[in-house]
Ligand binder design. Structure first.
Ligand SMILES: [Zn+2]
Length: 474
């Protein structure tokens, strides 16, 4: 909000109003839940690219007024029918949308900028002013740097012009002469000590093959410190410039005091070597792994279910290059025999969409086959949590699919969903990767494809894969 010194006119808040309009438009287009919309084509702003109506040409009034149910076949999207009316790109966006096919959830506005999907003024404010508060305050910048605490405090004081210079002391009547104790310049300010005094300048010139900017010797104290602290480009042997800058200032201050108070002690033969060594020693310690945690290698393997029970492994996958998502899964018995499986090419979406849709299709398959006593394993901890959290997630963007998954779980009876590591979920992982090779939609696999047999064998034989995990030993 601007500070106002003149009369408020129509234009005063124009920028703010425009911004609000822009954001509201993005809400409409991106943030609406899709669950249970009455009509597909006419419903506005279904997907991020605007109303479907504007993308669909030459449709009859009957087609335009189709109920969503008429696009559903066998408990999921009727891809053939969608393709007959919409472009392939739109079909790919629609089928990964988190629609609940069996759920009785009501339509809801879902605010995607909060993890729980519930609108709050705080998240809206943050969104609105996201680009305005990017300038980090100095104290944050300095306390975040991995440098010795005594140097942090020194910088805090220097930035606020509070280190003890002759200029400062003269102003407080603690000294009569404000001039530089080294070169005799009329005023020994903080900036003179750290940058402009010839002794300091000679060190800077030896430090920098390049001054980081031509402004280096021409800016005021605060700008000079702030802008150099921000500069993280590599300076020397993997030490970033801002760390080099900090240590150089510190040594200039230290050596200046030695000169003034220890009878004109000369500078080291190579100041740069001394400064670089100190900066490197500190960073190697500061960035060393914390002593309180240690990594340990564990051996992980797929475990078959007990006799008479079944295990479903599912996984989702996303290609970052084009945003395609897919899922895959397999149901096996207590001796590791393939009962059934699937791959699903799900168009475009996010990785969590893929994981949850993978679970949906795996459970659906189990329900269709009348399988009970089912253990489900997946390597997405978030997806597992979502299925387990009871009740409160009706505003989650994936609420529709999650609700369907829960229904299947109840229906199957004696069914639990658990998290495993990816090393224990290799077959499902490979199926998910292979999903991109198939057409959009689900491809059931009644027998194991040849290419996956060696992975299945590994699981049956209990072959272990190693993984480094962090242990907290505090
Ligand atoms: Zn001087």
């Amino acid at each position: 909000m601007p500070l106002l010194h003149s009369r408020v006119s129509r234009n005063t808040h124009r920028k703010l109003v425009d911004k609000v309009h822009q954001r509201l438009a993005s809400w409409k287009s991106n943030l609406l839940s899709l669950a249970g919309r009455a009509t597909l084509i006419q419903a506005d702003h279904w997907i991020s690219t605007g109303p479907l109506l504007s993308h669909s040409n030459n449709l009859t009034p009957e087609q335009l007024n189709c109920n969503i149910n008429s696009f559903v076949a066998d408990g999921w999207w009727d891809i053939g029918k969608l393709r007959s009316m919409l472009s392939e790109d739109l079909v790919q966006q629609i089928i990964s949308s988190p629609v609940g096919f069996n759920s009785d959830l009501q339509d809801a506005l879902i605010w995607k900028h909060a993890a729980n999907g519930i609108f709050t003024v705080k998240t809206a404010y943050e969104l609105l002013f996201a680009n305005i508060h990017q300038i980090e305050p100095f104290w944050k910048l300095i306390w975040k740097l991995k440098i010795p605490p005594k140097i942090q405090i020194f910088f805090w004081l220097a930035y606020h012009d509070k280190i003890s210079s002759n200029d400062q002391r003269a102003k407080r009547n603690l000294a009569s002469d404000p001039s530089c104790g080294v070169c005799g310049w009329t005023s020994e300010s903080v900036l003179h000590i750290l940058r402009d005094c010839p002794r300091a300048q000679s060190i800077w010139i030896s430090m920098i093959t390049l001054p980081p900017s031509t402004q280096f010797f021409n800016t005021g104290l605060k700008t000079w410190i702030y802008s150099n602290l921000l500069l993280k480009t590599e300076w020397n042997a993997e030490t970033p410039w801002n760390i080099g800058f900090v240590f150089t200032c510190w040594y200039i201050w230290k050596w200046r005091n030695q000169y003034v108070f220890n009878e004109e002690e000369p500078l080291p033969y190579s100041p740069k070597t001394v400064i670089l060594k100190a900066a490197r020693e500190w960073s190697s310690q500061a960035y060393a792994p914390q002593s309180k945690t240690s990594k340990t290698q564990v051996s992980l393997a797929w475990k078959p279910p007990v006799a008479g029970c079944f295990k479903l492994n599912v996984d989702g996958s996303r290609k970052s290059s084009n945003g395609n998502i897919g899922a895959g899964g397999v149901i096996r018995n207590s001796v590791g025999d393939w009962i059934t499986g699937f791959t699903a090419n799900l168009g475009k979406g996010q990785i969590l969409d893929a994981e949850i849709w993978g679970l949906f299709f795996g459970l659906k398959l189990a329900a269709e086959r009348g399988i009970s006593n089912l253990t489900v394993e997946m390597d997405s901890a978030t997806a597992v949590q979502l299925t387990q959290r009871s009740g409160s997630s009706s505003s989650h963007p994936l609420a529709g699919v999650i609700s369907d998954c829960r229904k299947f779980i109840d229906q199957l009876g004696n069914c639990g969903v658990y998290h495993v590591y990816r090393e224990q979920n290799c077959v499902a992982d490979s199926l998910a990767q292979a999903s991109y090779n198939g057409d959009l939609g689900v491809c059931p696999l009644d027998s194991a494809p040849d290419w996956i047999c060696s992975l299945l064998d590994d699981d049956v034989r209990g072959v272990c894969k190693t993984r480094l995990i962090c242990l907290d030993i505090s």
